[in-house]
Design a protein around this ligand. Structure first.
Ligand code: CP
Length: 365
């Protein structure tokens, strides 16, 4: 049985097939209308969402299945102290597949290790958001006809923007990708993405804080919101929140076939004037998300039927158990302290290992 916790859980061939399925669903919706008849999806959202939760629910309903779940932690027994592991075991008794969003990084991974049904990471803290990445890849493929040989600009909060981390990770597997990372210095990419993804894959990238200077060379501009909810200090958020606003003036500097993406919600970073620009693709991106989630639900349920036992994703990297403690204050291990502290020996020559749940760096002693 497979889950989707990280975008690298699927090969590029599997991603291609998922996108083909999503395109076929768009072309032939009636063919899929009863594909999940009798199946239940549980949406466990411990953190707010509009698009991800409702697109998962719409996806399951359009596949002929049913949906149960909750949309905030306060209406679940997490409010009484129930662990993620126990929640996953319990929900496995009610549903055939789980989509989980959680503010703590690594929570969906913990759920996948304890559930007896597939678990989909619907966003964990500032860490990753693989189903948004499926949506983003499908949108780029539909708009550009390819996922290679593209100059992709990421603009805004690259530190806490989990959709950025997942999409950069996915793009690392395609050839001819050039990244332009546009952010204030305080909101640059976290080290695990910088070293584990950019450096290890020898990706071509430049960093700047100047959107106007960067925009003319871009094929894709991926705008992001400054993630106020993840800042430790409200004053820092207020100082940085309007760092970038995409306006019609700035769009005049861009290529005529630029595609502007944004995972949404938008706060202030794209002027509403841009919505009328044919290069604005963020509402098409929303629609694409439902079809990709339909394709994903179908794939995971089919795989669960043919192989119902849990399969641990094997990245070939050795682990150490309970020798170090994760210092990331947003890691699931900081709250659920009975969890084993497991670290991947990703870069032992440099004396670095990484928490298996949140991927935060730990110096090896
Ligand atoms: N893109 C995205 O994850 O939106 P929601 O937070 O509304 O789900």
């Amino acid at each position: 049985m497979r889950s989707l916790i990280d975008i690298l859980d699927f090969s590029t061939e599997e991603l291609d097939r998922l996108m083909d399925t999503a395109a076929d669903i768009i072309a032939n919706p009636a063919k899929y209308a009863e594909a999940c008849h009798g199946k239940k999806l549980a949406t466990l959202f411990f953190e707010p969402s509009t698009r991800t939760r409702l697109s998962f629910e719409a996806a399951m309903l359009e596949l002929g299945g049913n949906v149960i779940g909750f949309s905030e932690a306060s209406s679940s027994s997490a409010a009484k102290g129930e662990s993620v592991a126990d929640t996953a075991k319990v929900i496995s008794c009610y549903a055939d597949i789980i989509a989980m969003r959680h503010p703590l990084e690594g929570a969906p991974y913990v759920a996948s290790c304890n559930a007896t049904v597939p678990v989909i990471n619907a966003g964990d803290g500032g860490h990753s958001h693989p189903t948004q990445t499926l949506t983003d890849l499908f949108t780029i493929r539909r708009e550009k006809g390819r996922l290679h040989d593209l100059t992709v600009g990421f603009c805004g909060d690259l530190k806490y923007g989990r959709t950025v981390h997942s999409l950069i990770t996915a793009l690392s597997r395609y050839t001819g990708i050039r990244l332009v990372l546009i952010s204030p210095e305080e909101l640059q990419l976290p080290s695990y993405v910088r070293y584990e993804v950019l450096e290890k894959n020898r990706m071509t990238y430049t960093e700047t804080n100047d959107l106007e200077a960067a925009i003319p060379e871009l094929d894709i501009l991926y705008m992001t919101r400054i993630q106020g909810e993840r800042f430790a200090n409200r004053e820092d958020y207020l100082r940085l929140k309007d760092s970038y606003i995409l306006t019609a003036e700035k769009m005049k500097l861009a290529k005529s076939d630029l595609a502007v993406l944004h995972p949404l919600p938008r706060v202030n970073e794209i002027s509403i004037q841009i919505d009328r620009d044919p290069r604005a693709c963020y509402f098409k991106q929303v629609a694409n998300g439902k079809y990709m989630r339909m394709a994903l639900i179908l794939k995971l349920l089919e795989e669960a039927a043919s192989n119902p036992t849990h399969v641990e994703h094997d990245d070939g990297v050795a682990r150490v158990l309970n020798r170090y403690t994760c210092r990331n204050r947003r890691c699931i291990t900081t709250v659920e302290q009975e969890l084993d502290q497991i670290f991947k020996l990703t870069d032992p020559d440099a004396g670095i290992c990484r928490c298996i749940y949140c991927e935060a760096k730990q110096r090896m002693e």
